[in-house]
Design a protein around this ligand. Structure first.
Ligand code: ZN
Length: 152
């Protein structure tokens, strides 16, 4: 199976799930949807999604639609996910992204590091981490506008 998910029901009735792997046409998220039938809130952790194929985008769109009227939070979306949401904002349906785990690089020593930042325009600069090796402020590795929402 291309995608593995881990699902936990919390004491407050919400469902937390993490999705790991490549999202392609085989992704349906049925196990998550089944676990979330009675849940009002669903929290998805998506830093393990390495890539999304073009057919996977459709599959993901269907899954997000199935989640329907629930309150959906997305935590630590991976660069692959962030890139899709940036190109196709409608893909999010009514889900709210809380954070994105994106690549940073140290301008001084070249260390690369994935770091979780708030999902808003400019966070790639304002929330850049310190290099774990030399403490220099790291830089976003790429164009942040390809990963973060555009200014409204
Ligand atoms: Zn460094």
């Amino acid at each position: 199976m291309a995608v593995k998910s881990e699902i936990q029901k919390q004491a407050d009735g919400s469902v937390h799930a993490s999705v790991v792997g490549k999202i392609d046409e085989h992704f349906d998220g049925k196990d998550i949807l089944a676990a979330a039938t009675d849940a009002k809130t669903v929290v998805l952790r998506l830093d393990g999604v390495r890539s999304i194929s073009s057919l996977g985008v459709r599959a993901l769109e269907g899954f997000m639609r199935e989640l329907g009227a629930k309150q959906v939070f997305l935590d630590d979306i991976s660069a692959a996910m962030a890139n899709q949401f940036s190109m196709i904002p409608n893909l999010l349906a009514n889900a709210q992204v809380r954070s994105a785990k994106l690549p940073f690089v140290c301008p001084s020593c070249g260390t690369e590091h994935l770091h979780s930042i708030p999902y808003h325009n400019g966070a790639g600069t304002t929330h850049a981490p310190e290099c774990p090796s030399c403490k220099t402020k790291m830089e976003f590795d790429g164009f942040s506008e390809e990963y973060l929402p555009h200014k409204k």
